[in-house]
Ligand binder design. Structure first.
Ligand SMILES: Nc1ncnc2c1ncn2[C@@H]1O[C@H](COP(=O)(O)OP(=O)(O)OP(=O)(O)O)[C@@H](O)[C@H]1O
Ligand SMILES: O=P(O)(O)OC[C@H]1O[C@H](OP(=O)(O)OP(=O)(O)O)[C@H](O)[C@@H]1O
Ligand SMILES: O=C(O)c1cccnc1
Length: 492
């Protein structure tokens, strides 16, 4: 389930077969550089929220082929050579990982991960890395959209029962918390990650007693400090709310307080307004109204526009399954490889590599790259992201900088008076973890600060402005020369 040990086989068979073919050819220790990025933002959003790194780190730390993995591989129809299986027995990740921090706002075509190492290991981990990065980034992005609309209202993650199995529920709850949700209903997620947990009660609680009022009373007696009553089992306004008010009064007499009521069906705008009037008439202005029922950012926005009196939103299915776009299309592409032929005495000589496609959006950008967030010193706001090669050119340092659109090169501009914040940070170097992972609260805060770096037009839910990700001139020229070299050799 949530374990990251024993996950060496959490990969596609073609990775094992490529590892094998490299081993047979004696090329398995050749150095490679891969970068992971996505091409299209989900949900029509203006940004995505990076997530998944913590799990990636745990996965890499624990990456070993256990004896039962080796035995299973030995049974495959490929009939792998025992020498290869022996090599897998000794397998350890010896490469380097550079990654953007969880909670970072990220954009299409910029590397979120850069993995460097022997092709034997960089190829193996592709599947798991994309699996973790794509799902968690998707859910963090969906949660961030909901948070943008909910503002300072409470947000509870209720998705577990509808999630695509247990891992999705747990890591999805964490991704939602990173992006601004306040609590989860999933107790294991609370225990594992330290996310605050919250819960009301279900219709079954009310149904298990003859009378709704009795059910409320018994619940309040058992949990006097934590009473949020679900008021829609029979009839919200004629039964649920009046009964909740009666319990609220009793609690008040005991010096306690009814925390809230929960609405879970019907017209949530109308019912919340009426319930608010009824509660306020009894001096219960401090009793919160919680709403749930297939909510997402659109229904929440709509309900707010209708003047719904809802303080806290419980969001499940739509968030945890990213229902309107159930996958993020992140990819992992080879950008540099160890050159053939004799190597010098020092580090291996690397050369860029490109993937050509008839679709210009799918042509990869060759070379080992870094990405910087260019922030205007005067406004403190991000202007654009800037991708440049790690070798053969200078990282941006504040002087006049030419920005290039990576696909439409005629789109260019110059910027000055900026800070260039590097987004990719070293997480592993030569197999050793060099970054201490931040605590979850720190990640959440970091995400909040990230949002403050962007003008609101990039953050709005509907038709946001397009934030630019640019290539350095040198990276652009390398890409063009490699495209030309390939197309020229094709026409020869
Ligand atoms: N005032 C409103 N404006 C827009 N959408 C609303 C409003 N009130 C509720 N909704 C949403 O409309 C949908 C109503 O779905 P549905 O008709 O299945 O629920 P219901 O009949 O009220 O409850 P259930 O079938 O769960 O008992 C939900 O997604 C809910 O969040
Ligand atoms: O609607 P979601 O955003 O997924 O939130 C979680 C839902 O789970 C519970 O419902 P339950 O499982 O009892 O089903 P029902 O209310 O949909 O009948 C709760 O009452 C919410 O309606
Ligand atoms: O605590 C709740 O109200 C809750 C938890 C999970 C799913 N729906 C509601």
């Amino acid at each position: 389930m949530q374990t990251t040990t024993g996950m060496a086989l959490h990969t596609d068979k073609y990775q094992i077969n490529m590892m094998y073919a490299h081993w047979v050819n004696g090329t398995h220790n050749k150095k490679t550089v891969f970068e992971a990025f996505f091409r299209k933002l989900p949900f029509g959003n203006g940004y995505a929220v990076s997530a998944g790194l913590e799990r990636i780190v745990h996965y890499i730390q624990a990456l070993r082929f256990e004896e039962d993995d080796i035995a299973y591989l030995g049974e495959q129809e490929e009939n792998y050579d025992p020498g290869f299986l022996e090599e897998l027995r000794r397998f350890r990740f010896t490469g380097s990982l550079f990654a953007v921090r969880e909670g970072t706002l990220v954009f299409p075509n910029e590397p979120l991960l850069r993995v460097e190492g022997r092709v034997f290991e960089t190829q193996l981990i592709e599947t798991a890395l994309l699996n973790f990065m794509n799902y968690q980034t998707l859910i963090a992005t969906k949660a961030s959209r909901i948070k943008q609309i909910a503002g300072e209202d409470g947000l509870l993650e209720f998705g577990t029962r509808r999630a695509q199995e247990a891992d999705a529920a747990l890591w999805g709850a964490r991704a939602a918390y990173v992006a601004g949700f306040d609590a989860t209903s999933n107790m294991l997620a609370g225990k594992m990650f330290g996310i605050p947990t919250k819960g009301t009660h279900a219709h079954a609680w009310v149904q298990s007693f003859a009378e709704e009022e009795e059910a409320f009373e018994r619940f309040a007696k058992a949990l006097p400090g934590q009473v949020t009553l679900l008021v829609d089992t029979y009839d919200t306004l004629s039964s649920g709310v009046p009964n909740a008010i009666r319990i609220g009064k009793k609690l008040r007499e005991q010096g306690k307080r009814l925390q809230g009521i929960r609405l879970d069906s019907g017209d949530l705008a109308y019912l919340s307004q009426q319930a608010r009037i009824m509660l306020d008439a009894e001096g219960m202005e401090d009793v919160a109204i919680v709403a749930s029922n297939d909510l997402d950012e659109n229904t929440i926005l709509n309900l707010k526009a209708q003047g719904a009196k809802i303080d806290t939103w419980g969001v499940g299915t739509q968030l945890i399954t990213a229902a309107d776009q159930p996958a993020l299309g992140g990819v992992y592409k080879l950008v540099a490889r160890e050159a053939d032929g004799p190597q010098g005495d020092g580090a291996p000589r690397m050369e860029p590599t490109i993937k050509i496609s008839g679709n210009p959006e799918k042509v990869t950008t060759p070379g080992r790259k870094d990405v910087y967030r260019i922030v205007d010193r005067k406004t403190g706001k991000a202007i654009a992201d800037y991708i440049c090669l790690t070798e053969g050119e200078k990282a941006p340092t504040g002087e006049r900088l030419k920005l290039f659109h990576p696909v439409h090169s005629y789109l260019q501009k110059y910027v000055e008076g900026y800070d260039a914040l590097p987004l990719l940070e070293a997480v592993f170097k030569d197999g050793e973890q060099v970054m201490e992972l931040p605590a979850l609260e720190e990640i959440r805060l970091f995400h909040k600060r990230q949002l403050a770096l962007f003008w609101p037009q990039y953050l709005r839910k509907l038709n946001p402005e397009h934030y630019r990700v640019n290539l350095s001139e040198t990276a652009w020229e390398l890409k063009m020369s490699m495209i030309h070299a390939h197309t020229a050799s094709e026409t020869e």
